[in-house]
Design a protein around this ligand. Structure first.
Ligand SMILES: Cc1ncc(COP(=O)(O)O)c(C=O)c1O
Length: 464
């Protein structure tokens, strides 16, 4: 058990984990040896990649996997993935939500192939685009949409529009949020106030100048920050998902909506991960009424995609500002944003893959996952919790579900996470290397979930 709460990679080590650290180290060594023996092909590819790729990976966060290097995959289909050493995995990571529709869903694959052969990117809309707009409007309740290359872009553009219509300089986020690589959002609330998040790489401007930050589920702090009158928008996930899962407390969303309306602040809800709650994400499932909504990752079935929606009232305000350049170099756009390939991929994925029936099945499997983890924890009297958000579930190392990002960060334990992730990987189950997130896709089966439950119970059993 750790006495204090030292910081590691921007996260605080848990005082709650109650783990014998020498036993953990010994077990981890065993798992590392097993990993090395079973992943020689991946190791070789990683070594050669280092000659031409910074850190041996095409994007730096892919180095995050426990084991010292990522596995290199050969193929992925549905909820299964095979690596270059011939190991097969149940994939509960699903590209950190990018593959929540499953790997290579046939409807998306066919639409993308057809579209690619008939022109992928032309600076012109195709007939898929309005169909996508209708899908998004029907699901999330906002009438007007734009398509982007990623959720990060959707957030950046939504923030720009909010600043433009309000004429205010700052944004507000919740401590330990993640909304993609959005400069203003890398801020946390320390004991001595707001500070740039640990590890923030070359911030263009200190985020304490651009951003107000408060803890999630703290309406009083939110009110105080919004009453300053300089906040253009609140950017929030409806439940936090990037520091473990932090659900909103009853009434918090009502308060946030009331306060943003009273202070003329644009409310942007980011559904990129919480889309797991159903076809219209948390927003539709809980009747939220945001001014703008951003989403990305899964909606394109694996093709880079994002989108943001606006209320009719906000769209009118955006359109009535003739100084803002939305058609050329005004700072909202991207050459490949909203191209025909993206539109075809989103249309097929939403119309045919991430359907209401698929969500019902995925959510049932996440129930089963949650029960499996809970049973393992109960059987060894382990004081951790597991929390579910539709088709997503996550365990974490504190007895209670955290109330906010700060609390969640304090219960993080990277060493313990590394052991549990590697133990599962070595036995054919992938979960997201960022905290302990597992996600179901339309192809996930009960047997896949039970395999995780079995492996998790045995990993925990060896530790306690
Ligand atoms: C809630 C949320 N919003 C936005 C993003 C950014 O997505 P992308 O990296 O695909 O742009 C993420 C990424 O993890 C996210 O979790």
């Amino acid at each position: 058990m750790t006495a204090a709460a030292p910081e590691y990679n921007g996260r605080l080590m848990s005082p709650h984990t109650l783990v014998d650290r020498s036993k953990l180290a010994e077990l981890t060594t065993g798992e590392l040896e097993r990993f090395a023996a079973g992943h020689r092909g991946s190791r070789k590819l990683f070594e050669s990649s280092r000659e031409s790729l910074l850190g041996g990976v095409p994007m730096s966060w892919m180095a995050k996997w426990a084991g010292g290097h990522p596995i290199f995959f050969e193929s992925a289909r549905g909820a299964r993935l095979t690596d270059v050493d011939g190991n097969e995995y149940v994939d509960l990571c699903l590209g950190d939500t990018g593959a929540m529709a499953g790997h290579g869903p046939p409807a998306t694959a066919q639409a993308v192939q057809r579209r690619f052969e008939a022109g992928a990117t032309t600076m012109l809309p195709s007939e898929d685009a309005p169909a996508v707009g209708r899908q998004l409007a029907g699901r999330f309740g906002l009438p007007l949409w734009q398509l982007t290359v990623s959720a990060t872009d959707a957030n950046r553009f939504a923030i720009r529009m909010a600043r433009q219509v309000t004429g205010r300089p700052r944004i507000l986020v919740f401590s330990y949020c993640y909304h993609g690589t959005v400069d203003e959002s890398f801020i946390t609330l320390g004991e001595d106030g707001p500070r740039s998040r640990a590890g923030n790489v070359g911030p263009p401007v200190d985020p304490t100048e651009t951003t107000r930050v408060v803890e999630f589920n703290d309406p009083d702090a939110l009110e105080q920050a919004l009453r300053e009158g300089d906040v253009a928008c609140v950017l929030a996930e409806p439940a936090m998902t990037n520091i473990g899962i932090v659900p909103p407390e009853p009434g918090f969303h009502d308060e946030m909506r009331r306060l943003t309306r009273e202070t003329g602040t644009v409310l942007i809800i980011d559904e990129t991960h919480t889309l797991s709650c159903g076809p219209g994400g948390y927003t539709a499932a809980h009747g939220l009424e945001p001014d703008m909504l951003t989403v990305g990752k899964a909606i394109g079935g694996g093709v880079p995609s994002g989108a943001f929606g606006l209320s009719a009232e906000l769209a009118e305000r955006v359109g009535s500002n003739f100084d803002a350049d939305y058609t050329d170099t005004g700072g909202v756009g991207g050459t490949l944003a909203g191209n025909a390939l993206t539109a075809a991929a989103i249309r097929a994925t939403l119309e045919q893959v991430l359907t209401a029936d698929a969500f019902a099945q995925m959510i049932g499997l996440a129930d089963r996952f949650t029960q499996g983890v809970r049973a393992a924890l109960d059987s060894d009297d382990v004081p951790w919790h597991v929390v579910q958000l539709g088709a997503r579930a996550e365990y974490a190392f504190s007895p209670e579900v955290p109330r906010n990002g700060g609390e969640a960060a304090r219960s993080g334990d990277p060493e313990l996470e590394g052991y549990l992730h590697l133990y599962a990987l070595n036995r054919g189950v992938l979960i997201t290397p960022f905290h302990n997130m597992a996600l179901m896709c339309p192809d996930t089966t009960g047997a896949d979930v039970d395999r995780h439950s079995e492996v998790f119970a045995s990993a925990v059993g060896e530790l306690f």
